[in-house]
Design a protein around this ligand. Structure first.
Ligand SMILES: Cc1cc2nc3c(=O)[nH]c(=O)nc-3n(C[C@H](O)[C@H](O)[C@H](O)COP(=O)(O)OP(=O)(O)OC[C@H]3O[C@@H](n4cnc5c(N)ncnc54)[C@H](O)[C@@H]3O)c2cc1C
Length: 435
């Protein structure tokens, strides 16, 4: 047993990604005794580099926005999209959105957040892998973990636990509450190229060297009926990913013998994205793949453990909602826990409100991931009830995002007679662009 680590605290947060950092930052700022247990040593790599401006309202809460501004991440000015046989462009400015969208290296972005959490007073312990969470005692949970270097076991007691362990989803796996989403049984494959051409906000094609002065549009391209591809300009490399629906997985397997070869060949053949990779080289060893990444836990809070971020649910990265929705989960968990610590007799109310509100957001996240005409009826009806609780600003952001991928009908159908006024026409269609 390691004697240098704390044996007790108010809240243990498992995972130092966006969900964990927002939750622990808010709680530490309020003066609670928070311990973050993170398996990796930061900076650690992860996918999810296109950030829509919703994230700022959460980074504001933990005073991290200035550090993010100062880092000099490339700005995402909007999107250029090949979808349904047409090429369209969307600029965030047309939707009255004035805070920046970014293309971030997630190792650095997440590190900035976690460093801020430390400064706010949380005890961040890296290279500590949580192995189990015992919530059988309603007064005190026990979290067991091991040091990843020397395998030394430890444990810590806490009044509350937040599982923000991402796709590892440690608690929902342990309690068998994770249900995979059959409609999104896709495979994602992504990797990094050394450079690429890109579109600036005026749709001029630029070379990689011009990226700092001209920001970048996220390039998105449809693959078949439901699959799609992204190209995201980063500061020193270019992120390319493909989401393969079940139908397109056999097509992916026909070229090349290794995953890298297949990915290289397939990416370069994708409309819009492939054209911009004509002089790019795939960075060896950079290709990764994930299957069955769409799921939700049937319980978002169980006993004294709250689930936030990918540990609670994930659908599909199509709407670039992953990071903001995860941060929202962290924010809501921190809200529920700080209130429960102040008023323990009301804790069931805060738990229920957390689960109810979070579930609403997750349902909209899921609805927006479906192609407009394929949303299951029950989900659509639920969405109609929920959507009115969203702010005008958030609706505009959702509209801007869903505009890119032919999903724009969804939002206005959900809103019915209250549909948001800025419709597709205003963003202006650009008829096919040839490089
Ligand atoms: C292919 C793909 C593309 C995506 N693209 C985008 C995008 O463009 N934009 C966007 O906003 N989102 C995107 N996402 C989603 C986004 O990456 C996630 O939603 C987001 O990272 C979730 O944040 P989190 O804090 O919940 O989890 P994570 O960021 O995964 O952090 C979880 C942390 O928990 C730690 N951990 C795991 N297990 C343990 C353990 N047992 N003990 C201790 N620590 C542990 C991990 O090391 C990690 O640091 C994408 C997702 C996929 C799959």
């Amino acid at each position: 047993m390691n004697t240098n680590t704390p044996s007790k605290c108010d809240v243990v947060v498992i995972g130092g990604g966006p969900a964990g950092s927002i939750a622990s930052g808010i709680l530490a700022k309020k003066g609670y005794n928070v311990v973050v247990l993170e398996k990796e040593k930061f900076p650690r790599n992860t996918v999810g580099e296109s950030l829509i401006p919703t994230f700022w309202k959460f980074t504001d809460l933990i005073d991290a926005s200035e550090d993010i501004e100062n880092e000099g991440f490339l700005q995402k000015t909007g999107g250029v999209v090949s979808w349904g046989g047409k090429v369209k462009t969307v600029s965030f400015k047309s939707f009255g959105i004035d805070r920046k969208a970014l293309h971030v290296e997630r190792d650095r972005f997440d590190e900035i957040l976690l460093n801020k959490v430390r400064k706010l007073g949380a005890n961040v312990l890296e290279e500590m892998k949580v192995t189990s969470i015992d919530t059988s005692n309603p007064q005190e949970a026990i979290v067991k973990y091991t040091h990843t270097k020397n395998q030394e076991p430890s444990q810590i007691k806490a009044t509350y636990v937040i599982d923000a362990s991402g796709q590892q989803a440690i608690f929902s796996k342990q309690r068998r509450t994770r249900v995979f989403d059959k409609d999104f049984g896709f495979q994602a494959v992504w990797g990094y190229f050394d450079k690429s051409y890109f579109y600036d906000k005026n749709l001029k094609v630029r070379s990689f060297e011009e990226r700092y002065e001209n920001g970048g549009m996220t390039a998105v391209s449809e693959i078949g009926n439901w699959g799609w591809s992204w190209k995201i300009m980063l500061r020193e490399k270019v992120s390319v990913g493909i989401i393969l629906s079940n139908k397109h997985q056999p097509r992916f397997k026909t070229g090349g013998t290794t995953l890298e070869e297949r990915f290289d060949l397939f990416s370069k053949g994708i409309p819009l994205v492939g054209n911009m990779l004509s002089e790019s080289t795939l960075i060896p060893g950079s290709v990764k793949s994930i299957r069955d990444y769409a799921y939700q836990s049937t319980k978002l809070v169980l006993d004294n453990c709250f689930l936030a971020g990918d540990a609670a649910a994930f659908v599909d990265p199509i709407s670039s909602e992953g990071v903001p929705v995860s941060m929202y989960g962290g924010y809501l968990a921190a809200w529920a826990i700080s209130n429960s610590l102040k008023k323990p007799h009301r804790k069931e109310f805060y738990k229920n409100t957390f689960a109810q509100e979070y579930n609403k957001r997750l349902k909209i996240f899921k609805i927006l991931a479906y192609p407009s005409k394929q949303i299951p009826d029950h989900l659509f009806k639920l969405g109609q009830k929920i959507i009115h609780s969203f702010s005008e600003q958030e609706l505009l952001l959702i509209l801007a995002q869903s505009n890119m991928t032919g999903r724009f009908e969804t939002l206005n159908k959900l809103l019915g007679s209250h549909s948001v006024s800025r419709d597709v026409k205003e963003v202006g269609l650009v008829e096919p662009i040839f490089l």
